[in-house]
Write a protein that binds this ligand. Structure first.
Ligand code: SF4
Length: 514
């Protein structure tokens, strides 16, 4: 039955693509997109338009940032309402979509759509068609990246389904009703006469006091409050005796529509991902796309949208060598804290740690003279001569003053997690990944996190390889003065510092003005 429904849906989507009206006159809606009639997309058909390789990459990265943030917040048990509020700015920035009602047609009264060979559209960067095209493409590109293992598939489905739910809930009711109708889901509206005839049974099945209570949802005028489907489609509702059954049909209140549409979305996506993985070997010869897709799959969890240049700007010179020791405890993430503590204990750090920690310090605002001073002070067991010969050059190199004169940037969480694993005696890397459970718990307790439930949640995040989620939770627990409730998850050590430092400054300013 699913196959039949999916087939019908694909046929409908093909009809949508082919029903081109350049003037949009055949629509009763103020905005009519020829290729994408709805803001919501069930992604039943792949996109057929040409895009550049740059768009291919950038659109996929943008979507992945949104999905990564969704995953991180789901792992922190945020509710859908919290997700909706928290993700609004990110979605508006990276994957914005307007409802048909809100979206005004272009000022000159025409849509920016051109047709070539009867099929290909050209989209203007700023119009709604283009945004929907980006949404469509980015979903399908990530299917290619995340179909490769059961774990990736499940994570992708979970995040995509949450994104779909957010969009479904925030869609214009009329647009949403039109979208659901277009899905052709084999739902048959129950006529008012039949509802009246069966009302006692419908009320009894729902466990409510009246039909209104049973169907507490806003409806479009003329929309039936019940629909019938084959009972196998709603097995869970049947099992829990939540619906009335007659002649093989379940009578489902419209209030369950969202969960059914969402369940269908997940089930169809799961099947599509399996089909995609079977077709994947055909891509293996494409040496432009395969490395890109591999890279995307690796970076799902913690793609950083942290803008290093902006963050570092304005603080250069503000941080001096002598301040660093005092900044560690309140403001450094566990990775940098670990390397700093190793430096203080051993008066030395190995190459990888010097690279990670040195670039982090550079980007918190330590200029090159102060950096040399900092490392010289801490490397107190060696002579000036040895320091100059073996370390001074490397420090200046990190600042782009020696060798190839590259202005190196600090490593993001994903760079660190995917970088060389620390061996015995090393202190670099992400401690959430490299520490034993015992050592991690001790480190967290030293940071003041002693609540058993919180420690268990963090350990669970670590067990499921969500290191940045664990780090974000640690940030939240140790920075209760940071009143910015809905901010991005931690995906970069310097982001952790910037947030912490800014929150401290803000609370000092607030204290001064009170
Ligand atoms: Fe450092 Fe990132 Fe690991 Fe946090 S998640 S400890 S910031 S590498």
């Amino acid at each position: 039955m699913y196959r039949q429904t999916a087939k019908k849906r694909r046929a409908q989507e093909r009809r949508n693509f082919n029903t081109v009206d350049y003037d949009g006159n055949n629509s009763s809606s103020p905005y009519y997109s020829t290729a994408y009639p709805f803001r919501l997309n069930s992604y039943a058909t792949p996109p057929l338009f040409e895009i550049t390789l740059d768009q291919f990459e950038q659109w996929a990265i943008d979507r992945m940032k949104v999905l990564g943030e969704i995953e991180s917040r789901l792992a922190r048990n945020q509710t859908l309402t919290e997700l909706e509020t928290a993700l609004k700015p990110l979605i508006n920035e990276l994957l914005p979509l307007n409802s048909n009602r809100l979206q005004q047609r272009d000022g000159n009264g025409g849509l920016t759509v051109e047709i070539k060979n009867g099929k290909t559209f050209k989209f203007d960067e700023n119009n709604e068609e283009h945004r929907r095209l980006k949404d469509h493409y980015s979903h399908f590109i990530l299917r290619l990246a995340f179909c490769r293992s059961e774990e990736l598939r499940q994570r992708f489905i979970r995040a995509e389904t949450a994104l779909f739910k957010i969009r479904y809930n925030t869609d214009d009711p009329k647009d949403r009703a039109m979208f659901v109708k277009s899905l052709d889901l084999d739902w048959e509206p129950v006529s008012n006469e039949e509802i009246l005839e069966l009302q006692d049974k419908l009320i009894a099945a729902s466990g409510a006091k009246s039909l209104n209570d049973a169907n507490n949802v806003m409806q479009e005028p003329g929309q039936s409050s019940y629909f019938k489907v084959d009972f196998e489609r709603v097995a869970d509702l049947v099992e829990n005796r939540r619906v009335f059954l007659r002649r093989g049909k379940a009578y489902v209140p419209i209030s369950y529509q969202q969960s059914m549409v969402v369940a269908d979305f997940s089930a169809n996506l799961e099947k599509a991902l399996i089909q995609t993985v079977r077709a994947l070997p055909r891509l293996d010869e494409d040496d432009r796309l395969v490395p890109l897709l591999n890279h995307l799959a690796q970076g799902f969890s913690a793609t950083s949208k942290y803008l290093q240049d902006e963050a570092a700007a304005g603080r250069e010179g503000e941080i001096t060598a002598s301040m660093v020791d005092k900044l560690v405890d309140p403001h450094f993430p566990l990775c940098m804290k670990t390397m700093h503590n190793a430096l203080v204990s051993n008066h030395h750090l190995k190459y990888e740690a010097r690279r990670q920690y040195g670039l982090f310090l550079k980007w918190i605002g330590l200029d090159v003279e102060e950096a040399v001073k900092f490392w010289r002070t801490h490397f107190s067991n060696i002579t000036d001569d040895k320091f100059t010969k073996e370390y001074r050059y490397n420090i200046r190199h990190q600042y782009g003053l020696e060798g190839g004169r590259i202005n190196y940037k600090p490593m993001s969480c994903i760079d660190i997690a995917n970088g060389p694993r620390p061996a015995r005696g090393d202190s670099h890397g992400c401690p959430y990944r490299s520490f034993s459970t015992e050592n991690l718990v001790t480190a967290l307790q030293k940071m003041g996190i002693t609540d058993k439930q919180e420690l268990t949640t963090i350990k669970n995040n670590v067990d499921s390889h969500h290191y940045h989620v664990a780090c974000t939770r640690v940030y939240e627990l140790t920075h209760k003065q940071d009143k910015t409730v809905y901010v991005d998850s931690i995906t970069h050590p310097n982001q952790y510092f910037d947030r912490s430092y800014a929150a401290m400054k803000q609370s000092l300013e607030n204290g001064a003005s009170n």
